[in-house]
Write a protein that binds this ligand. Structure first.
Ligand SMILES: NC(=O)c1ccc[n+]([C@@H]2O[C@H](COP(=O)([O-])OP(=O)(O)OC[C@H]3O[C@@H](n4cnc5c(N)ncnc54)[C@H](OP(=O)(O)O)[C@@H]3O)[C@@H](O)[C@H]2O)c1
Length: 238
């Protein structure tokens, strides 16, 4: 039984939840987090039942807003207190506002950048010293197809996701000597609440064609465990 630990942000539902399940099945201790304590609690309970891991003490559910530096530091501290190390960090938490740029408020712009991009920075910065001491670690940043191509009505989202790719490429150079790999994944449309919230009618009509979140999670596991040469790259899926 391995005794390694993964943090997956934004894991109360959608893609993050599936990544957490995949990593648990691989034997990792997994820390799940989101802003909504109730949803995190019910997801943790559900996963424990589903994976039969209720007695192993391998799951920690925590409330954490990744855009808040103090909350991120607390998340890292709770992780170390319980599991002693951080071996994998998946920066998955994200939001989107569907608005033309001209109609986007300053608050909507700030929230998008703060959660999607600054959240990735804050979690990474907090976890890195532990990985650097261990001389080992993997960081996966969830970007998007919209992190490589611009789309109308989601300028702030695209800017944040392009930024994640830049952060990924730059950081990979910085930490390669510590045996830490940093990569990004760029999914197309995935069947989650995010898509549902963007446009209910479009979602209903196209749901069947969308990627399943479990497929994205499998691809991430493949990048982490099988394709160990992947470093600094942004891998498309969908
Ligand atoms: N769905 C797609 O088509 C698609 C495509 C490409 C990339 N992505 C990316 O994939 C990631 C996951 O998206 P999803 O589709 O699974 O969306 P989702 O179903 O809406 O899940 C988003 C998760 O992030 C959490 N979250 C949001 N803001 C947070 C914050 N400030 N701090 C901590 N957790 C936060 C949410 O919980 P709370 O709201 O309770 O905090 C939830 O657990 C996002 O980064 C998204 O941009 C999605």
């Amino acid at each position: 039984m391995i005794n390694q630990t993964a943090i997956v942000t934004g894991s109360s539902r959608g893609i993050g939840r599936e990544i957490a399940i995949v990593l648990l099945k691989r034997g990792y201790n997994v820390v799940l987090c989101s802003r909504t304590q109730k949803e995190i609690n019910s997801t943790v309970t559900e996963i424990k039942q589903m994976t039969n891991m209720d007695t192993g003490g391998k799951i920690l559910g925590a409330r954490c807003d990744v855009s808040n530096c103090l909350e991120v530091e607390n998340l890292i501290k709770s992780t170390i207190d319980k599991f002693k190390s951080i071996d994998i960090l998946v920066n998955n938490a994200g939001i989107v506002y569907v608005k033309k740029l001209v109609d986007t408020s300053e608050d909507e712009w700030d929230r998008t950048i703060s959660i999607n991009l600054k959240g990735t920075f804050l979690c990474t910065r907090a976890a890195l010293p532990i990985m650097m001491v261990n001389k080992s670690g993997v960081i996966v940043n969830v970007s998007s197809g919209a992190g490589k191509t611009g789309f109308p009505n989601i300028s702030a989202y695209c800017a944040s996701k392009f930024g994640i790719i830049a952060l990924t490429e730059s950081l990979a150079w910085e930490v390669a000597n510590y045996n830490i790999r940093v990569m990004a994944i760029c999914p197309g449309e995935v069947d989650t609440r995010m898509q549902q919230d963007i446009d209910e009618d479009y979602y209903k009509a196209n749901k069947q064609k969308m990627l399943k979140p479990s497929k994205v999670a499998e691809k991430i596991a493949e990048m982490i465990f099988e394709n160990q040469y992947v470093n600094g790259q942004s891998v498309d899926i969908g």
